[in-house]
Design a protein around this ligand. Structure first.
Ligand SMILES: O=C(O)[C@H](O)[C@@H](O)[C@H](O)[C@H](O)COP(=O)(O)O
Length: 304
């Protein structure tokens, strides 16, 4: 089997490597040509200078796997791919795309008899060795065509066809919402342990301890324990937490469906709060408290 991968960054590049290790042919295209060439030299990816060339190098039914950043880059490549692929070909989006975009894209592809598969992809940079967890939405026949690729990318039992178009990215979105909540709970627990100064608890020791037989043992805890062992106070990490969209979409979904999701919602808000360098809401609170009760406010540093 031979497929084309568009986007050979952290995720796409490692997926190409893993496929090559399993003996699957990979035609690779990346916006920066040097990245494609390096991968070609390293593991025998067939380099393509353009998306059109990548598609030309495939045989029907062609499989083109987009592994680009969600949003503009994926949308642009999707539009271009529709003009390059033919009826019966399979177009996969493995990015963290909004499931509603995937539903629309599946319809646009279906109008040209192109089979669109949305693939939620979990595993990050560890996927190369451990395999990726793949959540697939789309037609069963299209997923069948992908079977050898999925078997190579995922660990045993690590991929599943979870529903129609959009369902793959929907399941990945909820997965990431859960990820936010789990991360937040671990982070808060560690902060509470650290605050109990009278006990002098060694966080790295406790995180390591909990990895063995405890109810909260998990891969996230494994990674946390490693980070604490390296840098017990995490001094090298600024208290600024980004988000890429999936958590916001999960919260939006909770509102749309009127399903209470307080933990996920608050864990998203905690990330926003981590970026609030201006602290206006906190200043407003302190000002109100001062106004009604004469309570002390801490003077802000004079602007320089
Ligand atoms: O399952 C995964 O492998 C991760 O969820 C992965 O998709 C990625 O790390 C997120 O994009 C980070 O998401 P945030 O930037 O929203 O934290």
């Amino acid at each position: 089997m031979r497929i084309a991968i568009a986007g050979l960054g952290r995720m796409g590049g490692n997926m190409a490597r893993r496929l090559r290790r399993a003996g699957i042919g990979v035609v690779g295209w990346n916006r920066t040509r040097a990245v494609t060439d390096a991968l070609a030299a390293e593991c025998g990816v067939e380099p393509a200078a353009s998306l059109a060339e990548a598609v030309r190098r495939l045989r029907a039914p062609r499989v083109l796997w987009l592994m680009l950043p969600a949003g503009g880059a994926t949308e642009q490549a999707f539009g271009e791919a529709l003009g390059l692929l033919e009826a019966g070909d399979v177009l996969v989006d493995g990015a963290n795309s909004d499931y509603r975009d995937s539903q629309r894209r599946a319809q646009e592809a279906a109008a040209r008899d192109i089979r669109f598969v949305d693939c939620g992809t979990s595993g990050g940079i560890w996927g190369l060795e451990a395999g990726y967890c793949l959540m697939l939405g789309g037609e069963a026949e299209a997923v069948q065509i992908l079977r050898p690729v999925l078997d190579a990318l995922a660990p045993p039992k690590g991929w599943a066809h979870v529903g129609p178009a959009g369902a793959g990215h929907y399941v990945k979105m909820i997965h990431n919402g859960i990820e936010y909540g789990m991360m937040q709970a671990l982070a808060e627990g560690l902060a509470l342990l650290r605050a109990k100064e009278t006990f002098g608890i060694d966080l790295a020791q406790v995180a390591e301890l909990w990895r063995h037989g405890s109810v909260v043992r998990s891969w996230l805890l494994d990674l946390t324990a490693e980070a604490l062992a390296r840098d017990p106070d995490l001094r090298g990490v600024a208290p600024w937490v980004e988000d890429s969209g999936e958590g916001r979409w999960t919260v939006r979904e909770a509102v749309d469906l009127a399903v209470p999701a307080p933990v996920i919602t608050l864990s998203l808000m905690a990330r926003f709060q981590s970026r609030d360098e201006d602290g206006f809401a906190a200043r407003a609170l302190a000002a109100m408290r001062n106004a009604f009760g004469g309570h002390r406010i801490r003077a802000a540093e004079a602007p320089r």
